[in-house]
Design a binder for this molecule. Structure first.
Ligand code: PGA
Length: 254
């Protein structure tokens, strides 16, 4: 059986390298627990070099974004090749906080193709701003998936991860996360969209994660019968003890 996937998205935290190192020290204490998972940690770019060795002792290094060109004069940009040179394995793409800064689904699709070409594992984030009673958000979700994954072949779907992250649920608390029943329904919908685009086999092979106020208090309920392969965790990944509890719940779900 495949290991559950857990991705820690540190975003723009912690505020200093010593704090990042202290957090890694905490995480390292639960090394054996994390080895039961496919664990990825995405620190801020500036901490990549100093955190790489430590992260790799219990998981895999990840990045929160990148620039899709291999080389060239692009001031401020960081290419997949540079990330790979630090040992980065996964890159979060199309996070709603990047989309809020103007990133379009077309740009996300370029990044996905570039990551696949470079041999990085793309974690493609999709999710609606709000839910409406007439189900219009499903159409928006369909369009976002369709454009973000445009130009891919059916075989590519097994080489990427999808994170369903409803924007309204991000950065709150366990009780504000999606209802497990709605999550199961949305995961089915995502598979249906993937099936229409890439065929049934590809849709079934797709690993879909959930993100948005995942905490120790809701992991079990969100995992049970929802069809998710794991979680993308923001604020709760900044506490060693809280994150360990999430990992514990994830590995003992049965
Ligand atoms: P959250 O963030 O866990 O703090 O809701 C998740 C994310 O934005 O990836």
């Amino acid at each position: 059986m495949k290991k559950p996937i857990l991705v820690a998205n540190w975003k723009n935290h912690p505020a200093s390298l010593p704090e990042a190192q202290a957090l890694l020290k905490e995480l390292n204490k639960k090394k054996l627990l994390y080895k039961k998972l496919a664990l990825f940690v995405a620190p801020p770019l500036a901490f990549l070099e100093s955190t790489a060795k430590s992260v790799k002792s219990f998981g895999h290094l990840a990045a929160q974004d990148f620039f899709p060109e291999e080389k060239g004069n692009f001031t401020g940009a960081v290419s997949p090749e540079i990330l790979k040179s630090f040992g980065v394995k996964l890159v979060i793409l199309g996070h709603s906080e990047r989309r809020a800064l103007g990133e379009s689904s077309e740009e996300v699709s370029e990044k996905v193709k570039s990551a696949l070409k470079a041999g990085l594992l793309p974690l493609v984030c999709v999710g609606e701003k709000e839910r409406d009673t007439d189900g219009e958000h499903f159409e928006k979700l369909r369009d976002e998936i369709k454009i973000s994954l445009s130009g891919l072949k059916k075989n590519d779907i097994a080489k990427l991860l999808i994170a369903y992250e409803p924007i309204w649920a991000i950065g709150k608390s366990a009780k504000d996360a999606i209802d497990p029943h709605d999550l199961a329904q949305t995961i089915l919908f995502i598979r249906k969209v993937l099936s229409d685009l890439f065929g049934r086999e590809a849709a079934e092979s797709a690993a879909v994660l959930y993100g948005g106020s995942v905490e120790a208090g809701n992991v079990r309920a969100l995992m049970l019968d929802s069809g998710v392969r794991g979680f993308l965790v923001g604020h709760a990944s900044l506490s060693g003890s809280h994150f360990a509890q999430i990992a514990e719940d994830l590995t003992t779900k049965a």
